[in-house]
Ligand binder design. Sequence first.
Ligand SMILES: Nc1ncnc2c1ncn2[C@@H]1O[C@H](COP(=O)(O)OP(=O)(O)O)[C@@H](O)[C@H]1O
Ligand SMILES: [Mg+2]
Length: 380
Amino acid sequence: MSRPFNYGKLAENDYFTNRTKEMKWLEMQISTGINCILVSPRRWGKSSLLLHTANEMKRKNKKIIFCFLDLYNIRTEKEFLELFSSVVIKAASNSFEDAVRNVKGIFKQLIPSVSISPDPNAEIELSFNWKDLKKNISEILDLPEKIAAQKNVQVVVCVDEFQNISFMEDGIAFQKKLRAHWQKHQKANYVLYGSRRHLMMDFFTKNTMPFYRFGEILFLEKIEETHWIPYIIGRFEATNKKISASLASKIARQMNNHPYYVQQLSQVVWQQTTKTATEFNFLEAIEELLDQYTILYQKEVDILTNYQLNFLKALCNKETSFGSTAVLQGYNLGTSANITRIKAALQNHEIIDVLGKQITFNDPLFEIWLMKRFFKISLQ
Ligand SMILES: Nc1ncnc2c1ncn2[C@@H]1O[C@H](COP(=O)(O)OP(=O)(O)O)[C@@H](O)[C@H]1O
Ligand SMILES: [Mg+2]
C-alpha cells in the first residue's frame, strides 16, 4: 500500500493541502511579470508550494515555462552558471536532441558541451570553459529572456535556497551582475526563495544590497490546524482507517502545525493504528519518533554550550522574561548581555526562531525530546 502521508519529498497532489491564498498571490504576481521572494524556515513548504503553483499555472497556460534550480550545493559562480543554463535549456526542451538543437540555436559566443547528467532531475548538463564563461556571462544570464522571446513564452525561473549566494567568493559582485541582467527582463521573471530569514531580509530590504527591492516578499506561514484536521482524517479514510477530529487536531497541535512534522507524526500514528486510531497509538507514535531521532538530537546537544542548554531549558519551561534576575539566576544564564549572544548562536544553529518577542523551537520534536528525555520536564 502506498504511504498515506508524505514527508521529505515535495508535497504534491493528494499530499498537498491548503495554501490557496498563497497560490493565488503567487499566480497573480507571476502572471503580471512581477518577481517574487518567498521566505520561511526550512520544511514549511516553500518548494512544495512553488511546484504546486507551477503545475496549476502550466495546466491553464501552455505558454509558460518553469525552471527550477536549487542552490543548496552551489558554492561557486561557475557552478551557478552551469546549473542555471542547464535547467533553463532543459525546461525549454522536449528531449535531449531538442536540447542540443536549442543550445546550437541560442548560444552565439559560448560553446557549451552538453551531456546527459547523472542527476535525474537535471537530465542534461551544460558545461563551459571558465575563461570563456567569464567573458560572456551575459549570454548565460540573459538566457531566460532570449528563450522567452524566441519561443514566444513566459519563462519563470525559480531559485531555491537563494541565500546560499552569499557563500560565494565575491558574492556581492556576483549579485550585482545577476540583478543588472535580470531586472531588464520583460518576458522572464524570477521567484527567489530561501530559508534563512535574516539573510533573505538583508538581501531584499537593505538598500545597500544589489537585490534591494527586487520583488514582492511573502513570508510563508505554517499550515493551520483547521486545514490539517480534514487532511489527516481524509488520508486515514483513503486507506480504510479512521481517526477522530480531536486526535487529528492533537497531532497538528503537538507538532506546532509544522508541515513536515505533522505529516511525519500522522504517518507514524497511522502505522500504529489497526482500524481506528486511539490515544494510545498517538502516545506510542511520539515515543517511536523520539527513539528514531535520539542519536541526531544527542549530537545536536553535544555541540551546545552550557549557557545555550540552560537557555533552552528556560524556553522549555515556557519562561519569557529572559532579562529578569529570577530567570537569569534561576537558570544560570550569566548577564542579560549574554542572552543576546546565546539567542544569536542558537538562531545561527537554526535551533530557535526569534520573531520580535516570540521565541520558538524550529523543530517541534526536538523541543519534546529535550523536555521528555533530556531535562525531564513533564509535558503539559
Ligand atoms: N501544502 C502542503 N500540504 C501538506 N504537506 C505539506 C505542504 N507543504 C509542505 N508539506 C510538508 O512539509 C514537507 C517539507 O516541504 P518543502 O516544500 O520541502 O519545504 P521547504 O521547501 O520550505 O523546505 C513536505 O515534505 C511535506 O511533508
Ligand atoms: Mg525547499
